[in-house]
Ligand binder design. Sequence first.
Ligand code: ADP
Ligand code: UDP
Length: 244
Amino acid sequence: MSWEKGEQLYEGKAKRIFSVKGKNDVLWQDFKDQLTAFNAQKVEQLSGKGLLNCKITTLIFKYMQGNGVPTHFVESIGETALITKKLDMIALEVVVRNVLAGSTAKKFGIEEGKPLEKPLVEFYYKNDSLGDPFMSDDQALMLKLASPKEISDIKILALKVNDLLSELFKACDIRLVDFKIEIGRDASGHILLGDEISPDSCRLWDMKTSEKMDKDRFRRDLGQVKEMYQEVWNRLQKNWSQYV
Ligand code: ADP
Ligand code: UDP
C-alpha cells in the first residue's frame, strides 16, 4: 500500500507524528536520532539511533502480533518510519520489572540488580510538566484515565508482553530487566499496544557479561550507546529473522 505523509501533528522527544493524507485512522511515526533523559534535561543527537529503534520496534511489534498481542503496527515505511493505527492514548506509562533497577531500586534503597520473585507492574502518569510521577491504580481511576476493567486488562497485557519479551531477549542472551509500554484505545474501544519498544524504553543486560545494552549507557555516560543498540539489533535479527 502506498501512503502519503500529511501534516506534522506532534513532535515528541523521540518521534515526530504526522497524519496520512486521505486516511483518518492511521498515523505516520518518524523515529528521531535524539536521545533524552531525566525529563529531557539531558539531550543529545545520535546519528542512526532512530533507524535502529525503528527496526527493533518493528521486529518486536511483529513478534507481539504473531503471538496474539494486539498492537498499533500497520506497516514499515522506509528505515525510520512506521504507519500505525491512530489510538486514543491512555496517559499512563506502564512499567514492568523483573529485576530491581532505576527509580524503584533507588526509592527503596535497594541495590540495583535484585531479581524479583514475580514481575512488578507499575503505573506512572504520562505528563512531562509533572515529571511522569508514580501513580496507584486508584489514582488512575480517580483521574478517569481508564475504567476499572481497562486497568485490569492493561495489567494482564503488560504481563503477557513481559513473558513474550523476556523469551525474545533470552534467545539473544539478553536479560530483560524492565521496560515501559504505552497503551491506547482503537476506534472500537479495544486496548492495543502503542508507541515503541526499544533500548530507549527497556533495560537490557548482557546475560554473560551483565553489560548494559540500553539507554542507561546514555543516562550514566557509559559510552558506546550506538554500538550497544546495534548489538541488540544484530542479535534480534539473527535469532528472530522470521520477524525482520
Ligand atoms: P514523548 O511524547 O514522550 O516525547 P515520543 O517522542 O515517542 O514521546 O512521541 C510519540 C508520541 O506519540 C507519544 O506521546 C505517544 O504516546 C504517542 N503515540 C504513540 N503511538 C501512538 C498511536 N498509535 N496513536 C496515537 N498516539 C501515539
Ligand atoms: N522508561 C521509559 N520512559 C520513561 C521512564 C522510564 O521508557 O519516561 C523506562 C526505562 O527505560 C526503564 C523502565 O521504564 O526501562 C523503568 O524506568 P525507571 O522507573 O526505573 O526510571 P528511570 O531509572 O529511567 O528514572
